[in-house]
Design a protein around this ligand. Structure first.
Ligand code: CIZ
Length: 313
């Protein structure tokens, strides 16, 4: 405990020294969320990043999120505590493979727009017409003119769900999130039996066999709104990255939160998000590294991000 307190004090002092704003995703450990100036999902954090006036942004999240912050506020130094904090969805869709696939579709006469989940690299965003998050995907898909087919990348589960709720046919990329893909249906059904009045929250990155048992389907900001609508104590069964429960607990302490177990784990956490620790948060400020450096593909990706995230219809 004493060591953690020292690190927290060091982080606070470095933050002042550098003039840093700490942004943290809801999937970070509670001790990191607690230290952040702003917590949020990727949509909220992307929008907040554009408003940061301090010279340094420390992004506690994964690589594509820090990259997005840099693209939307290029004059800032953007630090990420661990450069290896990646994303299985992003890894499933390399830009050269997507480019070849788009060419193949065009050669075969498809007229389509590419709608890309934010969990992707800047190079993939640069090949896209739109970037969506779980928070704005439905709205953006409704903006795609109906004469176009939609190529949705890289999350096939989110794409299937969005296709169902918007009624739009989609060509789906075969990617998935390593966290949301492995919730155990059997364990969820057991929990529901133990708590028949409980409410199940599921993220739309989960496969259909989990979503079909959910009382509420939505991204993390939507989950917060939904949970906040209950005044009396409720048992919530939570099928998203387990650190989300810290955020829910800190806002709505009257409820009880139960993680839906993964197939191989009782509490399903993202190993990439977990690479960021308090010590690495301190060290990245101390050394002003690792830093997100501007890449040539950022210019085009930035245009797609601005059109999609900062200009609501
Ligand atoms: O959009 C995000 O931040 C992710 C990855 C999940 C969510 O729903 O917040």
């Amino acid at each position: 405990v004493a060591i953690a307190e020292d690190v927290v004090a060091e982080i606070q002092s470095l933050k002042k020294q550098l003039g840093a704003t700490i942004l943290a995703h809801y999937y970070q450990e509670g001790e990191i969320q607690e230290l952040a100036d702003i917590t949020g999902d990727s949509l909220k954090l992307a929008r907040e990043a554009t408003k940061v006036e301090s010279p340094v942004i420390v992004f506690c999240g994964v690589h594509f999120m820090a990259e997005t912050a840099k693209m939307l506020n290029p004059s800032k130094k953007v630090l990420l505590p661990d450069m290896k904090a990646g994303c299985s969805l992003s890894d499933s869709c390399p830009a050269d493979k997507l480019h070849r696939y788009q060419e193949m579709l065009r050669e075969n006469g498809h007229k389509f727009q590419t709608v890309t989940y934010i969990n992707s690299s800047a190079a993939v965003k640069a090949l896209s017409d739109w970037v969506v998050t779980s928070g704005n995907a439905e709205e953006i898909i409704r903006r795609v003119p109906s004469e176009y087919e939609i190529l949705f990348v890289p999350d096939r589960h989110l794409g299937r769900y969005l296709s169902e709720v918007t009624g739009r046919q989609m060509i789906l990329w075969n990617g998935s999130c390593m966290v949301h893909e492995i919730f155990s249906v059997q364990d969820l059904l057991k929990l529901k039996k133990q708590m028949p009045a409980g409410k199940t929250l599921a993220h739309p990155e989960c496969p259909a066999n989990i979503l079909e048992h959910a009382d509420f389907i939505g991204g993390t900001e939507a989950m917060i709104k939904y949970v906040g609508s209950f005044k009396e104590p409720v048992d919530f069964l939570v099928a998203t990255e387990a650190n989300m429960m810290w955020q829910l607990q800190s806002r709505f302490a009257q409820h009880r939160y139960h993680p839906v177990p993964g197939i191989t784990c009782a509490c399903n956490k993202c190993p990439h998000m977990a690479l960021n620790t308090l010590e690495k948060l301190r060290d990245c400020m101390l050394h002003q590294s690792p830093e997100i450096i501007w890449q040539p593909e950022f210019d085009q990706a930035r245009k797609v991000l601005e059109k999609s995230l900062l200009n609501p219809a």
